[in-house]
Ligand binder design. Structure first.
Ligand code: SF4
Length: 659
């Protein structure tokens, strides 16, 4: 075990090297128990109008059948809160007893009704007793305390009802909808998010009400991870009970992007044993969410059996803020360069020009030219299968050392060494050599690497507890002041594509979130000797996942980011259709963040740091935003995408798509 002093200092998880779930108090939600020694609970939220009883019941059943153990339903006003009873009855009649959660924003009276009907109520501490006016107010200690007294008065009745009816509560902080009070004092920081929940939690504890679950969601994965860690730290420091955590990334989007973004946030925390219930928010039908959450959670079933990882007694980074590791610039790795993508193509003998499109490089035979898209891999690893043609300027080839030794061009191709080869090598590349290292070889490699400025490490671990094993290797480099860039290599067996997305996002994303890693490489080890078509498909997936992970961890923006809400009973348009339509017109705008939100009540807050916003503000009406500022109100939905593009154009951020 790590030294007690270290764990006391970081105080956010049981162990940084042995998988160990944080022990929390059990919170009963109907027949489901969140926390304690119970398995992690998978939950999701409906998207149909809460007043549509039959539609809600049908959707709940599809969600339950897909693996959902807890269902959240929005209750924006008293009438929806009351209709939860009908939905509950409807489910019972069909033989379903899954506990329900009422989702409350702004309406304490709806919460007080819902708490008598359903098993759990979620409140947003940013708007439970406050209307957001985006005002920065200077509070004196006295006026701040007066605000807290006002909240207590507004919140106490709900606490009492919950206690009386055995109803659980989630205090669900959202990065994008913090109260003006919190924003004024703490800004939209992880500390502000934590304090926002603690204000309400103190009231619960004063009333001896402990059936509380807490969440710290954000669509920014770095902020989300830091906020959960800081929450645990502050709970321990403040002598609070160890409340269970509900994990989620808000507005993650859809498809591959949504899955990767969710896994970077949720997976990183699960690795350190945090999290008692998980909701993956996708802009897709809600029955698609539970299987993704389950894939994330199931990974930890046998995790405790992992091979031991050597203890850590020093934590050389801060778990609560992002700082990129200081590294030397070696060619275009490290320093201030964006993390690089190395595409492993080593399982394809004699790859053709045409096949390079799998890694974002397109050969145009008529012009005898190459074109690269925004996701063109920076390097290709050909191993023992050298590329039989001249590569375009934007791409470089890495070969195994013995192959490189025989290569005619030893300047534009780069060698990859095993450690023994590197130690014995008589010839190196003049400026860029790759060293393939396993996590347990770091100590042996350090003396050889000392003083070198021409090496990039490709780091890999076979440990089942992959991310912490790799993290430990980074710590060893940090402690020994090695500033050589490190590319993280992960390898997975043949498995469904979704799992590759989720696992890579967790294993590599979990490091990037902490500023560790100057590149990513998804290995093809399990695909050697397989049918060419299958391997090429895998290479394409690996390439897009690599760029997706870098983007989701906010370390390299290579595409437009869509911060789209998962939709709920408040939604005013078809979110999936609209997101697809907006994506079709704007997905060439590299690095631009577009928020697509179903309602004006929560949308503007929840789209957090989007550059532009497309928000439903009435039936067939859209309000368009630039940052947090309303630019056009009540635009008919038929014209809204054109108007949005016009706003982006006027802002100088528009570029014409290439034909
Ligand atoms: S922003 Fe989307 S998910 Fe959030 S309340 Fe509005 S419609 Fe529902």
């Amino acid at each position: 075990m790590e030294t007690k002093a270290l764990l006391e200092k970081i105080r956010y998880c049981n162990s940084l090297t042995s998988y160990s779930r944080r022990k929390t108090i059990p919170v009963k939600v109907g027949d489901v128990i969140i926390g304690g020694d119970n398995p992690i609970v998978v939950q999701s939220m409906t998207t149909v109008d809460t007043m549509d009883t039959q539609g809600s019941v049908e959707q709940c059943i599809r969600m339950i059948d897909a693996g959902c153990q807890l269902i959240r339903i929005t209750a924006p006003s008293i009438k929806e809160a009351e209709n939860l009873r009908n939905i509950k009855e409807g489910l019972k009649k069909r033989g379903y007893y899954t506990p329900l959660v009422a989702d409350i924003h702004f309406t304490p009276n709806a919460a007080e009704i819902a708490a008598k009907i359903v098993e759990k109520v979620r409140i947003n501490p940013g708007n439970y007793a406050d209307k957001k006016k985006f005002e920065i107010i200077e509070y004196t200690d006295q006026s701040y305390q007066e605000e807290l007294d006002r909240i207590r008065e507004r919140f106490l009745p709900l606490v009492k009802i919950c206690k009386e009816h055995g109803t659980a509560m989630r205090i669900g902080t959202n990065h994008g909808s913090l109260s003006d009070r919190i924003m004024s004092r703490y800004g939209d920081t992880p500390l502000g998010m934590v304090e926002s929940a603690l204000e309400f939690l103190r009231i619960c504890e004063d009333e001896n009400f402990y059936d509380v679950v807490i969440s710290m969601k954000s669509s920014n994965t770095q902020v989300m991870v830091q906020a959960y860690r800081l929450l645990v730290h502050k709970l321990e420091e403040g002598g609070f009970k160890p409340y269970p955590l509900h994990l989620g990334v808000t507005e993650a989007g859809d498809g591959e992007d949504g899955r990767i973004k969710s896994a970077v946030g949720i997976g990183t925390l699960l690795e350190d044993g945090l999290g008692d219930t998980v909701r993956v928010s996708l802009t897709e039908d809600p029955e698609f969410e539970a299987p993704v959450a389950k894939s994330l959670v199931d990974r930890y079933e046998n995790r405790s059996n992992h091979a031991p990882i050597v203890d850590i007694n020093h934590y050389p980074i801060s778990p609560f803020e992002y700082n990129r590791r200081d590294t030397l610039e070696v060619f275009n790795f490290g320093g201030t360069n964006v993390p690089r993508v190395i595409a492993d193509i080593s399982a394809i003998p004699g790859i053709s020009e045409k096949e390079m499109k799998q890694v974002g490089h397109f050969y145009l035979p008529e012009l005898d030219k190459w074109k690269m898209n925004d996701q063109g891999a920076d390097y290709v690893f050909s191993g023992s299968n050298p590329i039989p043609f001249m590569l375009p300027n934007g791409m470089k080839e890495i070969q195994f050392y013995p192959v490189w030794l025989k290569a005619e061009d030893q300047v534009n191709k780069f060698p990859a060494f095993q450690l023994e080869e590197f130690i014995a090598a008589e010839r190196l590349h003049y400026g860029l050599n790759f060293l393939l290292l396993e996590d347990h070889q770091i100590a042996q490699a350090l003396p050889v690497l000392e003083g070198r400025k021409d090496v990039v490490v490709i780091l890999h671990s076979d440990n089942l507890h992959n991310m912490p094993a790799l993290r430990r290797a980074f710590f060893e480099l940090l402690e020994n002041h090695s500033q050589l860039p490190v590319v993280v290599k992960v390898n997975y067996p043949m498995q469904p594509q979704d799992q590759t997305m989720l696992y890579a996002a967790t294993d590599v994303g979990g490091l990037l979130i902490d500023g560790l890693g100057e590149g990513i490489m998804l290995g093809l080890d399990a695909y050697q000797g397989l049918e060419r078509r299958e391997v090429l498909e895998q290479i394409k997936l690996h390439n897009s996942v690599s760029f997706g992970v870098l983007q989701a961890a906010r370390t390299r923006m290579s595409k437009t980011e869509y911060i789209s809400c998962p939709s709920c009973g408040r939604t005013l348009f078809d979110l999936q259709e609209t997101t697809a339509m907006i994506r079709k017109r704007t997905d060439h705008l590299k690095g631009v963040k577009i928020g697509i939100m179903g309602c004006i009540v929560n949308g503007p807050g929840e789209m957090a740091d989007a550059d532009y916003g497309y928000v439903g503000s009435g039936k067939g009406k859209i309000t368009l935003y630039k940052g947090k500022e309303v630019v056009k109100k009540s635009v008919p939905s038929e014209n809204a995408v054109d108007e949005l593009i016009e706003i982006i154009r006027k802002d100088g951020m528009w570029i014409e798509p290439e034909v």
